[in-house]
Design a protein around this ligand. Structure first.
Ligand SMILES: NC(=O)c1ccc[n+]([C@@H]2O[C@H](COP(=O)([O-])OP(=O)(O)OC[C@H]3O[C@@H](n4cnc5c(N)ncnc54)[C@H](O)[C@@H]3O)[C@@H](O)[C@H]2O)c1
Length: 340
């Protein structure tokens, strides 16, 4: 795979311009560009620039609304319900996490449900905003069918990520942000694009046979983590982010790449609360907790026990120092979009 490297600042300007050319306001274009660049920097390439064309195509085909009239309904001082009016998911999620943080600061807990949204990228990106304000957070979103419910031969659940974030008393937040599938769909899409194999044990083809062929995996089903347990977690996320919010659920979220028959109506749920709600020494206690885990004897070959999110911060630090590498075909897409 041939790659070029470019300064991140230049790319950001171009991405903002591309979103503006597609009708987004400067604010919404900047929010969206920042989310894509962040995904590249933390190494989540399946949620980065490789999706730019998809978002632009959805705007052009009028299934993402570039000028949404987003409505925030106040249910109580703590609880809000957002109708994102088919906005690009990044904007809906950005508004929602800010509202949840605001509510939590005021009352101790903020609960924000979002409907009529779209794919918003990485849950952890929004969790970081809350954790930076010393708040604990749990975030859920559903996604298009990719995973077969336990016992079913057809996919229905998305890779439905589960995200939990907490301050740690250090500069590095604890952010567990994991899809419930063995690997996330973005990674399979990237493998498909570059004709790479996917690891064994993560997907079945459309005939139910194990496969390492990315294309066959996309046509078949992805496997959940830990069998029926992962299937149960995916179901829980579908209920919390779809059934509860008014978003699509039970397999109705449209695939953003392949299905332009209407908006996705993805649902998200943001729960944010103060860390010192029940005790006044949370940071001291979590520091003790993490220290204890990290001090455990390690198995052979392991130099360090990481807590969730630590690896991403290390990658972000490293990648921010250098120029980012962009595969030629994505650069080609960016250039075409810039001219359109
Ligand atoms: N918006 C959507 O529809 C959607 C759907 C699926 C996934 N996603 C996003 O994709 C991203 C990637 O998901 P993923 O499942 O590939 O994540 P992943 O497998 O890269 O990581 C999962 C979690 O494990 C932690 N981790 C990784 N290595 C570790 C180690 N050695 N020790 C301790 N912890 C470790 C990570 O910090 C992370 O919190 C997430 O940000 C998720 O929100 C989004």
């Amino acid at each position: 795979m041939e790659k070029v490297n470019l300064k991140i600042q230049n790319i950001k300007k171009e991405i903002v311009q591309i979103f503006k050319n597609h009708g987004l306001s400067i604010d919404h274009a900047t929010i969206s560009a920042n989310a894509l660049i962040n995904a590249e920097l933390v190494g989540a390439y399946g949620h980065g620039l490789s999706r730019l064309k998809m978002y632009c195509d959805r705007i052009s085909k009028k299934v993402i609304n570039p000028k949404p009239k987003i409505k925030i309904k106040k249910i109580s001082q703590s609880i809000s319900h957002i109708n994102a009016d088919d906005s690009i998911g990044f904007v809906a999620a950005d508004i929602a996490i800010k509202k949840a943080i605001f509510n939590a600061k005021k009352t101790g807990i903020g609960l924000v449900a979002v409907k009529n949204s779209g794919h918003y990228g990485l849950s952890g990106y929004y969790a970081e905003q809350a954790v930076k304000k010393n708040l604990v957070t749990m975030i859920y979103t559903n996604a298009p069918p990719a995973v077969a419910p336990h016992g079913a031969s057809k996919s229905l659940f998305g890779t439905n990520p589960i995200c939990f974030g907490t301050p740690t008393g250090s500069k590095i937040p604890f952010i567990l942000d994991t899809s419930i599938s063995m690997i996330n769909r973005g990674k399979i899409r990237v493998a498909d694009r570059y004709n790479q194999k996917i690891p064994p044990g993560v997907a079945l083809d459309k005939f139910g046979k194990p496969t390492t062929d990315a294309k066959k995996a996309l046509q078949g089903v992805q496997l959940p983590i830990a069998g029926f347990k992962g299937s149960g977690l995916a179901w829980m996320v579908d209920i919390l982010s779809g059934v509860l919010t008014g978003g699509n659920h039970a397999g109705k979220v449209k695939d953003p790449f392949d299905d332009f028959s209407g908006p996705q109506n993805v649902g998200h749920l943001f729960i944010v609360f103060k860390a010192n709600l029940f005790i006044n020494n949370y940071i001291k206690r979590i520091k003790e907790n993490i220290k204890k885990v990290k001090k455990l004897p390690k198995i052979k070959g392991v130099k360090k026990i990481y807590f969730p999110g630590e690896n991403k911060v290390e990658r972000l630090k490293e990648n921010s120092k250098k120029e980012i590498f962009i595969p030629n075909n994505i650069l080609y897409e960016i250039n075409l979009l810039n001219k359109s």
